[in-house]
Each structure stands twice: as structure tokens, then as C-alpha cells.
Design a protein around this ligand. Structure first.
Ligand code: SF4
Ligand code: FE
Length: 483
């Protein structure tokens, strides 16, 4: 079965025995939980769209491992064309869900681990690449969703993993056995962990020789014994429990993050991709981060498309679409959004093969892409709020709007352009609220800042990749300065 349907995906997640906690309680069936379900629906779209002939070229690819057609989210990139299509696929999904569809972290981990294991084996004669290829083939053949888990809690930021007061603040090998390792620690902000079949763990920073036990990468099922997840809160999340759907803004789709605890989890030898080779930790981090910084040039742009559209609809409903300053604000939002897309496409088109043969983005351009993502969505949100007007945050609740006595009053006083239903005006404002301040703001705003690495992480990479010496030489040559 190379491609699952959306329904099959949902049922396959339902069969997992994951340990999920929310509001102090264990959730018996995360798939049916009203707060969590929209996030599952977002991942489901990565399956549903892959079934449609018109999206086959974007959503699927011919696997270099199996020769079969597989979902692009499980693909090892074979060309710069694959890299470009990845970004286009992410924009499409952002447009369709206006949320984080989560499955990209696994795809990005796949491609980073693929090339890094190859180079680690080259130096140490280990068998990590074979291990990984076997795992990747299994994932492709079953069309699984994989969580890419990188970010450790990190404790005291001034100290290396081995120097932390609590050794578990970075995930580490706690025990070595003949048949595998036992790991302990946690991964924070884990996008889509509870909607994934498998979790690939990677180190979170470059490491020195003393951090040997922390330089570890592996894959385990999301319901492996010892793993449990504590779901992160999102602004306005309990609106999903109120019974209606208008106030949620985007009731069908959402994202989800969790603190994932690894409480002495056993990893068999054949699922290990790095185990103590500290100098390759940095390579893995740099490559995963690079791929995920490219990803933001697709997914955030797709969500931006929805926000720009919503702002334009709000302007129509308010009767101010022809005002020149409104038109100009929409132009500015579009300019910013397409600039992000330019970055996503450029770092893909400028990609190159790694030693293992898979393709990697241009790291400098991918970091520039993400650095822009830490800024532009904020400005796009600011302009959307400007266009939407204050009603976006002062409108009465759906319950009041449905009330037989209050509803007609709200309808009368919040009506704007004749012919537009007050309810539709409220709907578009709630969608904008959701994207700017509500549950989706995690994915569109704050994740734009910190997801795939906080802004300073990109600046370090830009400094490293910027080739300042070459630029100085150019200037000196033209100025006729010797040496
Ligand atoms: Fe994919 Fe974007 Fe979510 Fe990352 S933030 S998992 S790139 S949708
Ligand atoms: Fe992310």
C-alpha cells in the first residue's frame, strides 16, 4: 500500500496506543478530542490531496528507494526540481488548511538524516545509512507520518549538554545494551507528535567529545513504551469546546505542539542513526534546520495567502475596498508574502546533491528565507488587523448572535454593506482573529519567529555562509588595492 487515503490515515492513528495528556487528564481517544481533532484534519489533507489527480505531480514522487510512487512528505529529494515542488506543495497545503499541517518535520528529518548517516558511515564504518534506508523504505511503503524531534528543553543555555545540573535536560543515552540503547529526556514544541506514527529524534546543537551520550539519533514508534506527550495550550483553544463553530474562526483545521517525554525508551540497534559520533551532531542540526527553514518559504506563504484574502473580503464587507490606502495595504501584504515565496523557491533552485546523492537546499538562501519569515508575517498580521478593524476583537459571541432576543439586535447594528450577511462579516473577522491571535497564530506568528530556529540561529548561519572574504576581495580589486 504505497498511498493511504485520509480515512485510512485517521484509522491508523486511532489504532496507536499513545499516551497523551491535556488539561491534567489522559486523553483516551486523541483522534476524537474536539481540541485536538482539527490538527489531525490538517495532516489528513496531506493524504487527501495526494489522492487527487490534479495534485499528483506536487503531492507524490517516484521513490529513489522503492521505485514506487510515494507521498512527497516521505520522499528523499532527487533533484532541485523535487526541492522546488516541496515548497509548492507546502504553499498549497497552507492555502487549504490555513494551519500547520505538521508532516514536514518528518520529511525534513528524513533528508537530513539520509545524508548525514552516509557521511558518518564514511568516517566510522558504522551502518547508520543502511539502518535509515530500511526505516525510510518502511515509512514509504506504509505512507506513514513521521515527527522530526530536534528541540531539547536545554536548561541553562550557557552550559553544554553534559554540564547541565539535570542530565535529562538534553535527551541522552541512559543505558547501552547488546541489542540497543535506552534513552531518556524530552523534546519540546513537538509539532504533530500525536498525529504521527513514528518519531525521528535528532540532537539539537553541535556537540563536543564530552557530549557523547547526547549525540544520538534514532526512530521509534510514537506509542513506544515510555513515551508520553503533554499537549501545549493555544490561545482560544477552549472555544472548540463551546459547541458552536463561528467563534473558532477555522473550525476544521489547526496545528498542535507537545512536550514529548522519553522515559527510558528502548531503541533497537537497527533503528539507530547516530550514537556517540559527536562531530556529526552539528551537521545533522544544520541540515535539518536548513530544510525546515526552506519549508517556511512554502507553508507560511500559503497561510499568508488566506490571510490576505480574508483581509480583502473584510474590506469588501466594510465597503472600503476601493479606498486607495486599503488597496495599498493589500499590495504590501502581497509583496511581503511573495518575497517569502521567492526565498523558498530560490534556496530550492540553488540546491545541490550531497555525498549521499540526495539534494539539499542552498543553506545561505534558506537561512535568509527563514530570517525574513521571522519578520514579514508580523507585518502582514499588522496590516490585516488594520484592514479588519476593531470589531475583530470586540464582536459578541456566537451564543449571543444565536440568542433569539440579542441576535436580531447584533444583526441590525453590525451590518455593514447591504447584501452582506452580518454572520458572514463575523465569520471572516473570526478567521482573521484565528490567524492573528487565536489557535492558528501559534503556527503563523510565533512559530514564524521561533520555529525552525529563532532569528539569531539564522544570523549565525548567515554570518558563516555569507562569504565576506570573497566580497572584500571584490571591493579591493575594483579599488585597485593590493593584497
Ligand atoms: Fe510544515 Fe510549516 Fe508546520 Fe513546519 S510549520 S510542520 S513547515 S506546516
Ligand atoms: Fe514548524
Amino acid at each position: 500500500m504505497a498511498l493511504m487515503t485520509g480515512e485510512q490515515y485517521i484509522e491508523s492513528i486511532r489504532r496507536l496506543n499513545m499516551q497523551v495528556y491535556l488539561f491534567g487528564k489522559k486523553i483516551d481517544s486523541p483522534v476524537d478530542d474536539p481540541i485536538l481533532r482539527p490538527s489531525l484534519n490538517s495532516v489528513r489533507m496531506t493524504y487527501d490531496l495526494a489522492q487527487l489527480p490534479e495534485y499528483q505531480d506536487l503531492m507524490t514522487a517516484r521513490s529513489g528507494l522503492t521505485g514506487e510512487r510515494v507521498n512527497r512528505f516521505t520522499h528523499i529529494h532527487q533533484s532541485t526540481e523535487d526541492l522546488v515542488k516541496k515548497v509548492k506543495m507546502q504553499r498549497l497545503l497552507g492555502q487549504q488548511t490555513a494551519a500547520c499541517f505538521q508532516r514536514c518535520v518528518g520529511m525534513d528529518a528524513f533528508n537530513a538524516v539520509y545524508s548525514t548517516t552516509y557521511e558518518t558511515d564514511g568516517k566510522y564504518g558504522t551502518h547508520y545509512h543502511e539502518n535509515f534506508k530500511k526505516f525510510a523504505t518502511y515509512v514509504q511503503e506504509h505512507d506513514l507520518t513521521v515527527d522530526g524531534a530536534m528541540t531539547d528543553p536545554k536548561g541553562d543555555r550557557s552550559k553544554a549538554p553534559h554540564a547541565q545540573a539535570d542530565p535529562d535536560l538534553f535527551l541522552h543515552v541512559a543505558e547501552r545494551r547488546p541489542d540497543g540503547i535506552v534513552v531518556r529526556g524530552a523534546k519540546a514544541h513537538q509539532t504533530g507528535a500525536l498525529n504521527s506514527h513514528e518519531i525521528i529524534v535528532m540532537p539539537t546543537i553541535s556537540m563536543g567529545p564530552e557530549d557523547k551520550d547526547y549525540a544520538v539519533s534514532f526512530a521509534v514508534p510514537a506509542d513506544a513504551e515510555g513515551i508520553y506527550m503533554i499537549i501545549g495550550r493555544q490561545s482560544c483553544d477552549t472555544r472548540k469546546l463551546e459547541g458552536g463553530e463561528l467563534d473558532v474562526g477555522n473550525s476544521e483545521f489547526g496545528g498542535v505542539e507537545a512536550l514529548v517525554i522519553f522515559d527510558n525508551v528502548f531503541v533497537p540497534n537497527e533503528r539507530i542513526f547516530l550514537n556517540g559520533e559527536t562531530e556529526f551532531a552539528g551537521m545533522l542540526v544544520e541540515r535539518f534546520a536548513g530544510y525546515h527553514r526552506q519549508s517556511y518559504g512554502g507553508c507560511k506563504v500559503g497561510v499568508g495567502d488566506v490571510l490576505i484574502g480574508a483581509a480583502a473580503v473584510a474590506a469588501d464587507y466594510n465597503g472600503c475596498a476601493k479606498a486607495s490606502h486599503i488597496k495599498d495595504k493589500l499590495i504590501e501584504m502581497t509583496h511581503l508574502n511573495e518575497t517569502l515565496y521567492c526565498c523558498g523557491i530560490a534556496c530550492s533552485a540553488e540546491g545541490h546533491p550531497t555525498a549521499s546523492g540526495n539534494y539539499i537546499i542552498d543553506l545561505l538562501l534558506a537561512n535568509v528565507c527563514k530570517q525574513n519569515v521571522t519578520r514579514f508575517p508580523y507585518e502582514i498580521v499588522r496590516l490585516a488587523e488594520d484592514i479588519a478593524g476593531g470589531l475583530m476583537v470586540t464582536a459578541p459571541s456566537e451564543a449571543d448572535f444565536r440568542d433569539p432576543r440579542l441576535g436580531p439586535v447584533i444583526d441590525k447594528y453590525l451590518r455593514a454593506v447591504p447584501g452582506v450577511r452580518t454572520e458572514d462579516r463575523l465569520r471572516i473577522l473570526r478567521l482573521i482573529e484565528n490567524l492573528c491571535l487565536g489557535t492558528a497564530a501559534v503556527g503563523y506568528r510565533t512559530e514564524s519567529m521561533h520555529g525552525a530556529g529563532s532569528p539569531q540561529a539564522q544570523r549565525i548561519m548567515i554570518a558563516r555562509q555569507g562569504n565576506l572574504e570573497m566580497k572584500k576581495a571584490l571591493a579591493k580589486k575594483l579599488a585597485h588595492i593590493q593584497a
